[in-house]
Design a protein around this ligand. Sequence first.
Ligand code: ASP
Length: 443
Amino acid sequence: MIKIAKFGGSSVASAEQFRKVKEIVEADSDRRFVVVSAAGKRFDGDNKITDLLLLVNAHVQYHVDCTGLLADIEQRFLDIASELGLKWPVHEKFEIFAKNIKKHSPEYIVARGEWFTAHLMAEYLGMPFVDAADVMVFHHNGEVDMERTASRLKDVMVRQGSFVLPGFYGATVDGQIKLFQRGGGDITGAILARCIDAGLYENWTDVSGFLSADPRIVDHPRSIRRITFDEMRELSYMGASVLQEEAIFPVREVNIPIQIKNTNRPQDEGTIIREKARIGEDEHLITGIAGKKDFISVHVKKAHMSGEVGFVRRALSVFERYGISVEHIPTGVDSFSVVVNGADVRDSIYSIVTDIRRELEPDDITMVDKLALLSVVGRNMSKRSGTSGKIFGALGEAGINIRMITQSSQEISIIMGVNNDDFERAVQVIYDRFVRDEMVTAS
Ligand code: ASP
């Protein structure tokens, strides 16, 4: 089986981290294709190389001297090379880069973070370096040309047998460097996995996978060993993010599982993300709980609204006009609510309400702010009846008022709105009742 091993910025931040990577790669002969991010933070308060390079861009743009900044960046690579006894000519290459700094495009400059890191890693692992600019082909509009990319990647795979590929960037056919969004090394890894038909996409980072709840709210939450792509989307959307979202699609479409692993604790199992869980695996009722604060719900009421064609659409078109993305639309017979992110409507909410009042002439329109949304996610919830009732009951017993309820269409999540102030306690109540209790019963 081919495994793609992608190492994030913190996994390649220093010589010490490089050593861990080598141990991991050498522990499994299936790990022959390695993707790296640019060296990240070595400690709290440290700088990521990518951030420093963005700063270089700003200096160049405003014609401010950045010799000192460039020297700091070079030093990071020199340190890694000298500590590991690497021969790749960091100083020479950096000098050429720095000398021409004004001639380079901003994308080229930022992409040097992964380029230097990957060169060093390639030598250290004894694998060939493959430049992403030669294999990750972008259209001019910034989208990846999957056909060309797949054919080039397959080609180097066969020719080289193993390699280290810098993440985060690629180039158009005429050589213009293009970047993925921030954190985009994950996307490179996913595209590589897809293009060379890998059996597994390993994403090595600094956490041991997904946790079933935010550890700042719940003490030592259970780790999630297995999760489906749908469940993960629900949890990530609600703030429990480990992986760059865009990285999911390339592998998901062809059914390649992703395994999140911790470079600092390789012995931990991590989380495996697959399209479907296998039968009998982890029959937990709840996979995870996540949520976010500061939503606003606009409640619109009109008698006989259910018979009026286009009523909800007209209300939504008001939000659309203001460029506001809608999170949820719980509906009743003669009323509905539109839930939006508070920060998005900070400047426009009163105009939106005024427009709805004028254009739709509702009987009543009210607003609830400081609303937190809490998403309880579990692929097994749909199989067991009464789950939502039990969740609402537990919150009721704890004196927590539920202000809104919706369920995702595949029944893998139940989303509740509670007051911002009740948010942490609501997470704890649900966790204790459904996850901790299950752990106690199982042990
Ligand atoms: N180095 C890039 C960033 O910091 C991409 C990545 O880390 O995956 O955003």
